[in-house]
Design a protein around this ligand. Sequence first.
Ligand SMILES: C[S@@+](CC[C@H](N)C(=O)[O-])C[C@H]1O[C@@H](n2cnc3c(N)ncnc32)[C@H](O)[C@@H]1O
Length: 240
Amino acid sequence: MGGADYVVHAGAKLPLEIRRFCGPEFRDNEHYLRTAEAEAERIVKRCALPHGGTVLDVGCGQGRLAIGLLRTAPRGSISYLGVDVDRSSVSWCAKHLANKSFRFAHVDVENARYNPTGQLQLEVSPFRFDVPDRSVDLIYAYSVFSHMELKQIEVYLAEFKRVLKQSGTIFLTTFIEDGLDQPFEVNPRGYAVPISGPLHVVRFDRRFWAKTVANAGLRIRELEHGVEANGQSGNYLSHA
Ligand SMILES: C[S@@+](CC[C@H](N)C(=O)[O-])C[C@H]1O[C@@H](n2cnc3c(N)ncnc32)[C@H](O)[C@@H]1O
């Protein structure tokens, strides 16, 4: 017999602790909710999301950002689309968080960690988000490129370039270090984070990351090294 598929904390409906991504600290309800609200504040204040703005949350997981936005942003002030390769997370979000302006969609992109049987292999298949050109004010991808293959990241950056408004901002996190032997590594040995399973840590050399972003026609406006979950870096990107 199944019980409830959510917990309520401080009046917010949250996913069950065991279903949450992003490391053990996120199993704590207060931490989860506090970071959800802080991420909402980040995109509204720091990324200057305009009133009535559109948000594309790529790798939305169980809707941490959406939960924060639903609690803190005035109703109807944001148009939000969350996409993820994990079908059960998208179903949970659609059941518990969706409304007229908050939508969630599954993208069946193959990912060895989160969607190993996915049908879309971006190395060979054309891919587009179901979003018009230059229509998004804010693209958000927290702890997503840290679990993707390089070719997929390049395809996603090209799509970000296509859908982002000229004035828009991208916030995303990545593992980045200086002066690495390899420009791009999957599950590097001896990293601060103990590796568990495929695509756990995808790490860029800083110069190679800057080149990858520039090749997509984007630019790094600000990079905050090592300050995000598990020592990831926070990246604020714009059109070049
Ligand atoms: C560590 S979780 C982060 C979830 C959420 N962004 C958060 O901060 O709570 C990584 C998420 O990225 C999703 N993901 C991985 N590869 C993806 C891809 N190619 N497209 C969309 N989502 C992806 C996973 O399914 C998972 O939900």
